[in-house]
Design a protein around this ligand. Sequence first.
Ligand code: ADP
Ligand code: MG
Length: 390
Amino acid sequence: MGCKQRIKFNHRVSQSYMFSLKILQNLKVSRAANNHNVLNPNNKCRLSLCVLLCFIFIYNLSVLSCERPEYSRINVALGTVCTVTLFDQGKNSIYNDIFNRIREIENLMSVRIPTSDISRINAFAGIEPVQVHEETFKVIKRAVYYAELCSGAFNPAIGPLVSLWGFNNENPRIPSQKEIDEVLPLINWRNIELDPETNSVFLTQYNMALDLGAIAKGYAVDEATRIAKKAGITRAIIDLGGDIMVLGEKKDKTLWNVGLQNPDEEQGFTIGYLQIPESSVVTSGVYERFFIEEGKRYHHIFQPSDGYPVNNGLLSVTIIANNSMDADALSTAAFVLGYEKGRALIESMPSVKAVFIFQDRTIRTTPGVNLVITDKSFKEIYLSRVTMTE
Ligand code: ADP
Ligand code: MG
């Protein structure tokens, strides 16, 4: 086994709010502290400096909205940096309600909180069904729906594989083929049994484990959005570690600009930006959490069929959709499916759009995506439209 050249955990830049993360970086929050692990509350220890920022209002340059600067609130939750900006009437109490709600979701769905619904389900794998909160049930049900829809490319039973590769702790490593072969039978999502009568979930095999890391953050964004709307907020940007919802429209009635992270670069470097009306933007990519060994990158999104990190020529997939839970699941699903199948899946859904960024620095989008590329080393490939004739 060769020596590890570099182990690096990355945190996806807040796609629209680089400024927030820059503050954290300037405070010399360690690289590891920027480890983005959805639903990983252990990161909170390492993010002590970030925690100091909790409940502090930060003057936001509002780079992309180009509006009068507003106040944002930054907090650490769901194992990531969450930035909420409520324009116009952002009262303290609304920020509190939003962050309390995010914390509630974390307490229900984190694999790292021993009392969470997910941890309890996992602890009783192969033993007995576990009754869970109705919203945990709802998110698991949606996750299973997506697993079915994309033939298991999106797989909420991926837990044992994530653990094997060490992506839920500080020491990721390449497991042996034997270890992978042993774990693969445990990630069969069809062995998740749901009972809607009692909101119970049963993992039929001992040592199975759910992992909602690819969908729960999106659900939290939707809940934060719901609370903001209910409180009368008409314009907001909610950014939970890169799962973004822009609400309403900019003051000058123009579209929001949401930056797209350059998957090849340090956080904060974008390839350009999307111009969108109210919608959610979520990205899955190779740059979020990874380590490099012998020059090869091993990242945190797995191909369930072989147990290895997805390696299909894609660097990232960004989904634009009406709600964030679906965008979150679909970004992972399309990334795992790869370009052809992923694109077909997205195009089968009205109102969902996608941006595919490839290792060769080409970009392909589904119809209707408004992407402005500012990094000219990337280039968009337009599909030639073939006219079908009889
Ligand atoms: P991010 O966490 O970077 O936002 P994703 O939404 O794609 O990106 O979620 C990745 C997380 O989902 C991983 O950290 C892991 O917990 C889990 N995961 C990895 N591979 C899969 C998969 N094939 N299907 C579902 N979840 C996965
Ligand atoms: Mg996802």
